[in-house]
Design a protein. Sequence first.
Length: 301
Amino acid sequence: MKIAILSQNSSLYSTNRLKEAGEKLGHEVKIINYLRCYMNITSQRPTVVYSGKPLENFDAIIPRIGASKTFYGTAVVRQFEVMGVFSANESQAISRSRDKLRCLQILAREGLGLPVTGFAHATQDIDGLIETVGGAPLVIKLLEGTQGIGVVLAETQQAAKSVIEAFRGLDANILVQEFIKEAKGADLRCFVIGGKVIAAMKRQGAEGEFRSNLHRGGSAERVKLTPEERSTAIRAAKAMGLRVAGVDLLRSNHGPVIMEVNSSPGLEGIEKATNVDVAGKIIEYVAANATPNKTRDRIKY
């Protein structure tokens, strides 16, 4: 099978592991910088062109689209879909998951557990927004932030008001969420492939840090999920239309709550914490399911 990995950076751990796993399983794997692609959009013979040559005869693609390049990256994925190429994650699902507000609204519609969340742009009623999520302490996020950037814990009412006013001055869209104190700076990353959780780790934030991102000094260890946590992760990936997803959960007093559904989850942390060959399982899933013209996203919101 001929597989293309769409990635900006061929030196990234996740990109290299996917290539290595694919070749180990006997597939021909090529890394394509999707930002260097251009498209011939026609109903007769749609193509993606890379380094002056049309990309043809690929059986499947594995998108690894950077958050800041979602618009162009999903356009390239969509062009491959027009060409009938199977994608590990479809363009619509990637776009859906990258819009934090849309993602939360879809998950809420499915009845999945979420932290109480408020959304605003230029509201003058800051006190009302804060009270929407039960008051301080609370977490304030820039809607466009990624990897823990643009996320602030406001421990008092006054601090919350000051941060919201500052973000408002940036003409930014913001999310305000209840702070799940009982999580104690830890979250669960559940790796879902084809409707199954194949690996899970607990990430613990560094001392004094409420964000659990590993690149911010956090640590990770293998974790055993409860049936409810496993079901929540699977349902979240399905609600977003993602075949491959990293679902981040917090353990709250009222059950698991979803923080994020990631369409390009990193492999390094979870492979090292769990000793599971996640890259190999992605390749196996793609190889088993890659049939031409298998674009089936039917989610209407």
